[in-house]
Design a protein around this ligand. Structure first.
Ligand SMILES: Nc1ncnc2c1ncn2[C@@H]1O[C@H](COP(=O)(O)OP(=O)(O)OP(=O)(O)O)[C@@H](O)[C@H]1O
Ligand SMILES: NCC(=O)N[C@@H]1O[C@H](COP(=O)([O-])[O-])[C@@H](O)[C@H]1O
Ligand SMILES: [Mg+2]
Length: 391
């Protein structure tokens, strides 16, 4: 069969795995790439390529060899200049090479949102040394959130409550940085009531929104998410307006996870992913079309019908706690027996564990968001990573 489209997926984690399943259901051929073999998405894709996507030569060779219809980034750490080169040669980068470039660098997307578009953000400064960080902290005050400009999932991120801890925050950020830019953003701590991800789809027929997703983070990484998040009409309208402006500025077709902090009716833009979002894994149970289905449809130029949301739903992560290659997963039966309207799990199949590595997610639907959250957490707690002797 001639495939609907040939997709080169750059990054093969849990989000890529679900995207591959959605794309393959629509007849696509997917080549899954990552820096290590047997990554989650590779296990379900047609072909796999193992190389560092920060290696521009290797990335260019893979694109040239496969001649994909769509290049779909799944992670941020990619040599994005190469994506821009190939876009200029006529290849389609999802949603656009510019979006990949801007969102890979927190400073670039923050400058676009705060300066070019005038969106409300936390106060912020950039620093390229411990000394510059002290100057930034003096200007903003504490508490202060320090993050490498190139990082994700909370890597290198810390909250400074006492100026005496600034040097430690610099060292932690420097150690957690990826890419080649030694630079941090120092953000004023936002004392928010709650935070949300607004999944925003930019498709050929315009911009669509999923119901807002509430989430809770620890160590800068998500632990549980639920949909719909309870919000006032005014706050939701403000978030949708900001999300529309930022995705229109980035261009292209696909799903974006736009993150906001909310305090009362005040909505503060945080950042966004031009791709499915980890907190959006709740859509695996909450919506008729998951965020992965919607990404695939938007990319392929297919219709995006009215979004059907099934009602209160939640996700809770299953984390490892140490480095191991020899491990198994138990407790799935107990997890699936947790009482709720619907309970499910996704085990990602990552070949090795690391402290705090996300290995799976539990999903639940219930009568209200609190019950769905409780059921998802209960189910996630039933799933255990059992470490073998060799670890
Ligand atoms: N200025 C801030 N004030 C208060 N909390 C913050 C601030 N910045 C970040 N956080 C908290 O840390 C979390 C992670 O921050 P952020 O989204 O910027 O990091 P990330 O590494 O890009 O994470 P991910 O890749 O998972 O989206 C936020 O969701 C929020 O809970
Ligand atoms: N917040 C971004 C995010 O959740 N990204 C997801 O995590 C994977 C990396 O996981 P790993 O670090 O366990 O390999 C990525 O490939 C993506 O699926
Ligand atoms: Mg984030």
């Amino acid at each position: 069969m001639t495939p609907t489209a040939k997709i080169l997926l750059l990054g093969s984690g849990e989000l890529g795995r679900e995207f591959v399943i959605s794309a393959k259901r629509l007849g696509c051929h997917v080549i899954a790439c990552d820096s290590y073999p047997a990554a989650p998405a590779m296990q379900v894709a047609d072909e796999a390529e193992v190389f560092s996507m920060l290696d521009g030569d290797a990335l260019g060779r893979v694109i040239a060899r496969h001649q994909p219809d769509f290049i779909v980034p799944e992670i941020e750490a990619i040599r994005t200049e190469v994506l821009a080169d190939y876009e200029a040669k006529g290849f389609t980068v999802v949603p656009s090479a510019r979006a990949a470039q801007l969102t890979m660098n927190r400073d670039a997307i923050r400058d676009l949102a705060a300066r070019a578009l005038g969106l409300t953000t936390s106060p912020y400064r950039y620093a390229e040394s411990a000394e510059e960080l002290r100057t930034a902290a003096a200007a903003i005050g504490v508490p202060l959130v320090v993050k490498p400009v190139m990082s994700s999932s909370g890597k290198g991120q810390s909250t400074v409550r006492d100026l005496a801890d600034l040097d430690a925050a610099w060292d932690y950020a420097a150690a957690g940085m990826r890419g080649d830019r030694v630079r941090v953003i120092a953000e004023g701590f936002v004392d928010f009531d709650y935070e949300i991800t607004l999944l925003t789809i930019r498709a050929q027929d315009g911009v669509h929104f999923c119901a807002p997703i509430g989430h809770r983070q620890e160590r800068g990484d998500y632990r549980e998410s639920w949909q719909p998040a309870a919000m006032t009409g005014a706050a939701l309208a403000a978030a949708q307006d900001m999300a529309r402006r930022v995705v229109d500025a980035l261009g292209g077709h696909g799903i974006f996870g736009v993150e906001f902090f909310v305090k009362g009716d005040a909505v503060i833009f945080s950042e966004l992913s031009p791709r499915p979002h980890d907190t959006g894994m709740v859509t695996l149970t909450s919506q008729a079309l998951t965020q992965f289905d919607l990404h695939a449809r938007a990319i392929l130029g297919l219709p995006i019908p009215g979004m059907t949301q099934f009602g209160p739903a939640a996700s809770a992560v299953i984390l490892a706690d140490r480095d191991a290659e020899d491990f198994s997963v138990s407790g799935i039966a107990e997890a699936l027996a947790v009482p709720a309207d619907h309970v499910d799990v996704r085990i990602f199949g990552k070949p090795v564990t690391r402290p705090y590595r996300r290995m799976g997610v539990a999903l639940a639907r219930a009568a209200d968001a609190e019950s769905a959250r409780a059921a998802a957490i209960n189910a996630a707690g039933c799933v255990r990573i059992v470490y073998g002797d060799k670890t």
